[in-house]
Design a protein around this ligand. Structure first.
Ligand SMILES: [Fe+2]
Ligand SMILES: [Fe+2]
Length: 385
């Protein structure tokens, strides 16, 4: 569910779902359509970190240098988008042959698959929003923009690695001719203008729980698009999605290693943060997606991803269970009362989510045959959800 609230066009509030009001006072006014993110309800004490907790991150700097930075890949050992794309530096005939081959491989990809791939690519393209989120976190932000703390080094190099994902998928889709690039570019511009609200605020405990979850979610989803691309006869696209998935896996290892360390040095603080993030639910990074036409674009894209099995509610529960095991949360002892309650909540959450999902699936099945939605990304072709 989304909520409509009123705001003026101050740049930070400028929103893309904008229903413009005529003759507003001084500046254009818009209705903002905000997602129902419960982050706003999170206790104020959890939104920022007290100084002694900020100090934890300072004291972990040499640990981060030894344990987090090695999970980055040097530029010279990284793949680059050009390796997967027609080479424009060769003679024109050979270049066009490679473009033809790409268009041939992608000609039979189903529309549903393209919608999911486009949605994933657009999510990657909103990278500036994610770097900004990490650089809001107390104790780990890149204070100068070229800071030498391991946290800042990680964030910049992580961004640089991630930047290849959207670039490659976007160019590949552009050359395929199967998708409406103008509508895709508009969606990216809208999404970057909207930002995201994940509820992590300035709290790095929240931030790293969120990124652990998200990197695993993208690993799962790119892994599934790789499998589908292979099944549908495009081995190059399968390799592309697989290479992206393997970056996401490495990033997941780094972020979940940081949370593992927080669980070790501050078990109650970490457990409370994990509990709070799960109570708020992990908001998907592109939840404010909009193309200028469909106010429920993200929900519709998610429904197609769910139907294709690229990213499902079951995956959400699987990721949660994976992280509970990864951080050995069930075995944590000596917690404060609050943290123990958070532990009980988190460790019992996945089965409850699965039960709710079964009911939601039943409802979705009944709707499936009757609901068709047009996707601007594929030239307004209609898909059944
Ligand atoms: Fe990515
Ligand atoms: Fe990622």
């Amino acid at each position: 569910m989304q909520t409509l609230v009123f705001s003026t066009t101050n740049p930070s509030a400028w929103n893309t779902h904008g229903y413009t009001i005529k003759n507003p006072p001084k500046s254009t006014a818009v209705f903002r359509r905000l997602p129902n993110v419960s982050a706003v309800a999170s206790p104020p004490a959890l939104r920022t970190l007290p100084p002694e907790k900020v100090q934890i991150f300072k004291s972990l700097e040499s640990w981060a240098t030894q344990n987090v930075l090695p999970l980055l890949k040097p530029v010279e050992k990284s793949w680059q988008p050009t390796e997967f794309l027609p080479n424009p530096a060769q003679n024109f005939d050979d270049f066009t042959k490679e473009v033809h081959a790409l268009r041939h491989r992608t000609s039979d990809l189903p529309d549903e698959f393209l919608v999911v791939l486009v949605g994933d690519m657009i999510t990657e393209e909103a990278l500036p929003t994610y770097q900004s989120m990490i650089n809001r976190l107390d104790g780990v932000k890149d204070e100068t923009g070229a800071c030498t703390s391991p946290w800042a080094i990680w964030t910049r190099a992580w961004t640089a690695e991630e930047n290849r994902h959207g670039d490659l998928l976007k160019t590949y889709l552009y050359l395929s001719g199967r998708v409406d690039m103008t509508m895709i570019d508009k969606t990216i511009q809208y999404l970057l203008s909207s930002g995201m609200n994940t509820g992590t605020n300035r709290n790095p405990y929240f931030g790293f729980v969120y990124t652990s979850f998200q990197e695993r979610a993208t690993f799962v989803s790119h892994g599934n698009t790789a499998r589908l691309a292979k099944e549908r006869g495009d081995p190059v696209l399968a390799k592309i999605c697989g290479s992206i998935a393997s970056d996401e896996k490495r990033h997941e290892s780094a972020y979940s290693r940081i949370v593992e360390k927080l669980v070790e040095v501050d078990p109650s603080g970490a457990m409370l943060a994990i509990g709070e993030m799960m109570r708020m639910k992990i908001t998907m990074p592109a939840h404010l997606m909009y193309d200028g036409q469909d106010p429920n674009l993200f929900a519709h894209f998610s429904a197609v991803a769910q139907r294709l099995g690229v990213y499902t509610a079951g995956d959400y529960a699987d990721i949660l269970e994976f992280l509970i095991q990864r951080w050995r949360l069930e075995k944590l002892e000596g917690l404060t009362d609050d943290a123990r309650r958070a532990q009980e909540f988190v460790c019992g959450l996945a089965p409850r989510m699965r039960r709710l999902q079964e009911k939601a699936d039943e409802r979705a099945k009944k709707l499936r045959t009757t609901t068709g939605v047009k996707f601007s990304w594929i030239f307004n072709k209609e898909l059944y959800l």
